[in-house]
Design a protein around this ligand. Sequence first.
Ligand code: HEC
Length: 114
Amino acid sequence: MTAPSPRRSGTLALGSLLAAFVGSPVMAGGIEDRRVRGWTIATQLCSQCHVIGRGSQAGEFSGPAFLRVANMPSTTGPALAVFLQSHHERMPSLRPDRDEMDAVIDYILSLKGP
Ligand code: HEC
């Protein structure tokens, strides 16, 4: 790997962290960047109630682990988008903006097994 420029190094460090989580190679740009962003948003908005990665996470969680969500047959991009934009009884309506939501959805879908 070539030495990252100072401006990119933050993202790259985060990328390596994500790679450790999802076990996939992280390429700069495009979908991988979006997943890294989605993961970052998930750590901020979702991780208090959901296990968001493949590893274990400390705490108590009221919602299902994202890994489990990702592997449910009913989980698709559009289904997640509808879920996140609608009102729920037990999960707060977070109403992330469109861009954040797409990033989080990409991240969740990236956990799907083969
Ligand atoms: C305050 C706690 C809380 C937070 C924060 C939270 N959730 Fe949830 N979430 C829940 C609970 C509880 C459920 C189960 C509720 C249900 O099935 O009605 C749930 C269910 C879900 C499901 C549905 C799984 C299924 O059965 O279809 C998805 C997807 C989901 N959450 C995504 C997210 C995302 C993405 C975020 C962050 C942007 C987030 N959640 C933040 C508590 C939370």
